[in-house]
Design a protein around this ligand. Structure first.
Ligand code: FES
Length: 118
Protein backbone atom coordinates (compact mmCIF):
# COMPACT_ATOMS: atom_id res chain seq x y z
CA UNK A 1 0.00 0.00 0.00
CA UNK A 2 1.30 3.43 -0.87
CA UNK A 3 0.49 6.77 0.70
CA UNK A 4 1.01 10.22 -0.79
CA UNK A 5 2.10 13.12 1.39
CA UNK A 6 2.02 16.73 0.25
CA UNK A 7 4.97 18.21 2.15
CA UNK A 8 5.73 21.82 1.23
CA UNK A 9 6.09 24.17 -1.69
CA UNK A 10 9.28 23.78 -3.73
CA UNK A 11 9.99 27.47 -3.17
CA UNK A 12 10.26 26.87 0.58
CA UNK A 13 13.58 25.06 0.21
CA UNK A 14 16.68 26.45 -1.47
CA UNK A 15 18.50 24.52 -4.16
CA UNK A 16 21.51 22.75 -2.67
CA UNK A 17 19.95 22.33 0.76
CA UNK A 18 18.23 19.53 2.66
CA UNK A 19 15.27 19.33 4.96
CA UNK A 20 14.21 16.55 7.29
CA UNK A 21 10.61 15.43 7.53
CA UNK A 22 9.13 12.90 9.92
CA UNK A 23 6.19 10.81 8.78
CA UNK A 24 5.08 8.27 11.32
CA UNK A 25 8.27 6.55 12.44
CA UNK A 26 10.12 7.39 9.21
CA UNK A 27 12.71 10.13 9.12
CA UNK A 28 13.35 11.28 5.56
CA UNK A 29 15.83 13.75 4.10
CA UNK A 30 14.51 15.86 1.22
CA UNK A 31 17.17 17.48 -0.93
CA UNK A 32 16.49 20.08 -3.59
CA UNK A 33 18.84 20.41 -6.57
CA UNK A 34 17.62 23.01 -9.04
CA UNK A 35 13.98 22.10 -9.74
CA UNK A 36 14.28 18.46 -8.66
CA UNK A 37 13.84 16.99 -5.20
CA UNK A 38 15.38 13.75 -3.94
CA UNK A 39 14.25 11.81 -0.89
CA UNK A 40 16.34 9.32 1.08
CA UNK A 41 16.30 7.83 4.55
CA UNK A 42 17.61 10.48 6.92
CA UNK A 43 19.62 8.24 9.22
CA UNK A 44 23.18 7.45 8.18
CA UNK A 45 23.70 3.68 8.01
CA UNK A 46 27.05 4.03 9.75
CA UNK A 47 25.72 5.61 12.91
CA UNK A 48 22.65 7.35 14.20
CA UNK A 49 23.06 10.83 12.76
CA UNK A 50 20.86 12.92 10.51
CA UNK A 51 21.97 13.14 6.88
CA UNK A 52 19.84 16.23 6.30
CA UNK A 53 22.31 18.07 8.54
CA UNK A 54 25.08 17.16 6.10
CA UNK A 55 26.47 18.92 3.07
CA UNK A 56 24.85 18.71 -0.35
CA UNK A 57 27.17 18.20 -3.34
CA UNK A 58 24.70 19.26 -6.00
CA UNK A 59 26.90 18.62 -9.03
CA UNK A 60 27.44 14.99 -8.00
CA UNK A 61 23.91 14.38 -6.61
CA UNK A 62 25.36 13.44 -3.25
CA UNK A 63 24.92 14.34 0.39
CA UNK A 64 27.85 14.04 2.77
CA UNK A 65 27.32 12.69 6.26
CA UNK A 66 28.59 15.43 8.56
CA UNK A 67 30.03 12.99 11.09
CA UNK A 68 32.50 10.80 9.18
CA UNK A 69 32.10 11.97 5.62
CA UNK A 70 30.37 9.16 3.73
CA UNK A 71 28.97 10.47 0.46
CA UNK A 72 25.50 9.05 -0.24
CA UNK A 73 24.12 9.09 -3.77
CA UNK A 74 20.78 10.89 -3.71
CA UNK A 75 19.41 8.89 -6.64
CA UNK A 76 20.36 5.39 -5.48
CA UNK A 77 20.89 5.77 -1.74
CA UNK A 78 24.25 3.98 -2.12
CA UNK A 79 27.23 5.08 -0.05
CA UNK A 80 29.94 6.07 -2.53
CA UNK A 81 32.68 6.48 0.07
CA UNK A 82 33.50 4.81 3.37
CA UNK A 83 32.94 4.31 6.24
CA UNK A 84 29.24 3.54 5.60
CA UNK A 85 28.76 0.44 3.44
CA UNK A 86 24.98 -0.01 3.35
CA UNK A 87 22.54 2.14 1.37
CA UNK A 88 19.76 4.28 2.75
CA UNK A 89 16.25 3.91 1.39
CA UNK A 90 15.24 5.99 -1.61
CA UNK A 91 11.69 7.35 -1.67
CA UNK A 92 9.53 8.41 -4.60
CA UNK A 93 9.17 12.16 -4.68
CA UNK A 94 7.80 14.53 -7.30
CA UNK A 95 7.07 18.19 -7.72
CA UNK A 96 3.46 18.70 -8.81
CA UNK A 97 2.16 22.22 -9.37
CA UNK A 98 5.02 23.56 -7.27
CA UNK A 99 4.27 21.24 -4.35
CA UNK A 100 6.64 18.51 -3.13
CA UNK A 101 4.76 15.20 -3.05
CA UNK A 102 6.30 12.18 -1.32
CA UNK A 103 4.99 8.68 -1.92
CA UNK A 104 5.73 6.04 0.69
CA UNK A 105 5.38 2.34 0.04
CA UNK A 106 4.24 1.21 3.45
CA UNK A 107 5.25 -2.38 2.67
CA UNK A 108 8.94 -1.41 2.73
CA UNK A 109 10.34 -1.62 6.23
CA UNK A 110 12.25 1.56 7.02
CA UNK A 111 14.32 -0.35 9.58
CA UNK A 112 16.41 -1.86 6.77
CA UNK A 113 18.43 1.33 6.68
CA UNK A 114 18.98 1.37 10.42
CA UNK A 115 22.54 2.04 11.58
CA UNK A 116 24.93 -0.91 11.47
CA UNK A 117 25.24 -1.22 15.22
CA UNK A 118 21.48 -0.97 15.87
S1 FES B 1 27.92 8.50 11.01
FE1 FES B 1 27.70 8.83 8.87
S2 FES B 1 29.62 8.20 8.08
FE2 FES B 1 29.77 7.78 10.20
Amino acid sequence: MTAEHSLFALDEIESGTARKVVIGDREIALVRIEDEVYAIGDTCTHDDVSLSEGFVEAEDFQIECWRHGTMFNLKTGEPETLPAVRPVLVYDVAVVDGQVILTIDESIDESIDAPEDA
